[in-house]
Design a protein around this ligand. Structure first.
Ligand code: NAP
Ligand code: 8YV
Length: 320
């Protein structure tokens, strides 16, 4: 019996094709100069599943007449046209929860590095500046006594908040709907949250509603001692406004794992001493990326063996 054909467009974690090969026919594909999937029409007709880290657009879905399921690597699935997939009854899955701890750990590290300037201090030491009687300057900021505003309090946001509690900071949050199960103060708008806190942590998805919502107005409300941390998506930030705010003392410092146009980080950010910048690595440990890769494969196995995906996205036509 012929094996079910699974398309793998572009690069993905090595463990995905390695495990897929045990169960399916693997069809790797690049893209042509126009961004179209580089597979012939006969092969396209046989594709029933997709394993992807990145983009699957409406044209891709239209070009795969037999596709049933798109298994996306990562909890954020903004690269996949989920609305179009749903309109064609195509199931989309993501990799939630298995990365919560790693991303929350990274958020805390990034916050501490930003407030206490540890990366700069290490560079200072490596550059040979530590001499008898010459010490690295005291950090302007401390985490002590801060009021942290969580912009997003979902799976990962709640893990970040749980890690913040032992640091004895006050925690508040803004989301579209109040969570009755948490005791933190709720603010119905991002502006009100930013005005109330001195530290803002963004962990929201890339959606039309979150585009550049952290803008000059929000940064000004955060204030001159303000620290802004982003581990969600660069899409949510007006980077020009952020650069200006960091440069002009409108806020104090920022720690960013994500950028608007990755991997292109604006020179204006690279030049700033009060920004800590990471190359989108919040989930980037071997164990966590292995768990994400396994969930990509297990979703496909579950769909084709049990007729049920393990972790469908909320927009998808089939529930787990
Ligand atoms: P989640 O459980 O779906 O939580 C999303 C949170 O954002 C919820 O609290 C949601 O609350 C809030 N939210 C969504 N839209 C909003 C809006 N327009 N205004 C205010 N709040 C809004 O997702 P998650 O698993 O925590 O992941 C969150 C995002 O983090 C992912 O989508 C991904 O983009 C990003 N991420 C980044 C990395 C990294 O490597 N840096 C790793 C993992 C995830 P309401 O629905 O009530 O508004
Ligand atoms: C991954 C992420 O780095 O899960 C997400 O939404 O942003 C990260 O965990 C990314 O998906 C891998 O490309």
């Amino acid at each position: 019996m012929s094996r079910i054909a699974i398309l793998v467009p572009g690069k993905i974690h090595d463990r995905v094709p390695a495990r897929l090969q045990e169960h399916f026919e693997l069809v790797p594909a690049g893209r042509d100069a126009n961004g179209r999937l580089a597979i012939d029409a006969e092969t396209a007709k046989r594709i029933r599943g997709v394993a992807v880290s990145g983009t699957v657009n409406a044209a891709d879905i239209d070009g795969l007449p037999a596709v049933e399921v798109i298994s996306s690597f990562g909890v954020g699935y903004d690269g996949v046209d989920v609305k179009h997939a749903a309109s064609k009854n195509v199931v989309v899955t993501n990799t939630p929860d298995v990365l919560n701890d790693e991303v929350a750990d990274t958020a805390l590290a990034l916050l501490l590095n930003t407030a206490r300037e540890f990366p700069r201090a290490e560079n200072w030491l490596r550059d040979g500046n530590w001499k008898p009687g010459v010490n690295y300057p005291l950090s302007r900021f401390s985490l002590k006594g801060r009021h942290v505003g969580m912009f997003g309090l979902g799976r990962i946001g709640q893990e970040i908040a749980a890690r913040l509690e032992p640091f004895k900071v006050k925690i508040s949050y803004h989301t579209r709907s109040r969570n009755p199960d948490v005791a933190y103060d709720y603010y119905p708008s991002l502006k009100e949250l930013a005005a109330a806190v001195d530290t803002l942590i963004a962990i929201v998805p890339k959606t039309p509603q979150t585009h550049k919502v952290v803008d000059a107005d929000i940064l000004s409300a955060l204030g001159s001692d303000g620290i802004f941390i982003n581990v969600g998506r660069g899409w949510s930030v007006d980077e020009d406004a952020l650069i200006a705010a960091l440069k002009n003392g409108v806020i104090g410092a920022a720690g960013l794992d994500v950028f608007y146009d990755e991997p292109n980080v604006p020179a204006g950010l690279l030049d700033l001493p009060n920004a800590v910048l990471l190359p989108h690595l919040a989930s980037g440990s071997v164990p966590t990326r292995n768990a994400m890769a396994d969930l990509v494969v297990d979703n496909l196995i579950s769909w084709f063996q049990q007729g049920k995906p393990l972790t469908p996205v909320p927009e998808t036509p089939v529930k787990a």
